[in-house]
Design a protein around this ligand. Sequence first.
Ligand SMILES: [Zn+2]
Length: 194
Amino acid sequence: MKGILYYNCNRSGKYQIKGQERKRAIKSQGSCKVGHMCTSQIIVVKNGNDIYQVTYYSTHYGHDTEVQHVRMTKDEREKIASKLAEGVTNSKILDSSRSQFHENSLTRLNLLTRNDINNIKYSFKINTQKTIPHRRASISDLWNDEWEVDENQQILMLKRQGEEHHQLEKDDFCLIFMNCSQQHMLKKFGSIQP
Ligand SMILES: [Zn+2]
């Protein structure tokens, strides 16, 4: 069978509002479409007998290669999917991908959003919703079982229900924590009054 396939640059063309009203909000980084045809294209001509002739026009026209419009590779998506399947939380995945910089260059993973993660969950059919058991749980049980302690957060004080404390009631629960930026601000601007 013979045939021609055209692969256009993903920035080519106009952003089209589908249907009568737009159901999806425009992405926060703006539509990736530049409003005209980009010159970069791949044309695949199949000549029959499994012979393919590929022409690749590598020069893009009318846009830069802004990293927020680059799609994640299959490999990057699979890595995130396997982390999610292992039970790594959204915020840990976001934190680690945003903090890994290679040779001062920004990669698509550094701009990972919750939306990306939700899309990956959806396409890999990963269900990370926890089922909360039907039992009466105390606040401190919930703290232990369900809440997530981020290593960037420093727990200044945790008093579970049932523990003795010189100022609090035995039934009181108290949690005081400070995150990295709060700590940074305190060290920078805080002062000890004489
Ligand atoms: Zn292009």
